[in-house]
Design a protein around this ligand. Structure first.
Ligand code: SF4
Ligand code: SF4
Length: 125
């Protein structure tokens, strides 16, 4: 019992003397490493709108429209599991190690418009 009390007292003293264990983000920048999962990004120029990323997303965070050439992500739903990036046949989705800016609005849908398709070459007569 005495040992437990001593261990607890030691821990309490260490916590009090050591300062807070968390950072005052965003006032103090978040620590990030090469493998940190910050947020999902897309190179829309390479997207073929196959929808595989959307079908592999466990959080239903992605919507793809081949007709409109749009790719949409709900960042409030995304759990940054990387499943979409692993499923993408064009390797155009990737996880950036930069954290998303803090927000107050929970509606975080980001719709990205793809480029116009290249015009088809004219047939030679
Ligand atoms: S899986 Fe890749 S290529 Fe297919 S819609 Fe998603 S981002 Fe585009
Ligand atoms: S990282 Fe995971 S949760 Fe986020 S959009 Fe991709 S598959 Fe969905």
């Amino acid at each position: 019992m005495a040992k437990i009390t001593f261990t607890m007292a030691k821990r309490i003293f260490k916590s009090l003397a050591g300062g807070p264990a968390t950072r005052r983000y965003p006032a103090v920048p978040a620590r990030r490493y090469e493998a940190s999962r910050g947020h999902i990004e897309i190179n829309i120029e390479d997207c073929i709108y196959c929808g595989l990323c959307s079908r592999h997303c466990p959080a239903n965070a992605i919507e793809v429209s081949k007709q409109e050439r749009t790719w949409q992500i709900d960042r409030a739903r995304c759990i940054i599991c990387n499943s979409c990036a692993e499923a993408c046949p064009k390797d155009c989705i990737f996880t950036s190690n930069v954290y998303h800016e803090p927000v107050t609005d929970p509606y975080l849908v980001e719709k990205i418009q793809g480029p116009e398709p290249a015009p088809k070459p004219e047939k030679k007569e």
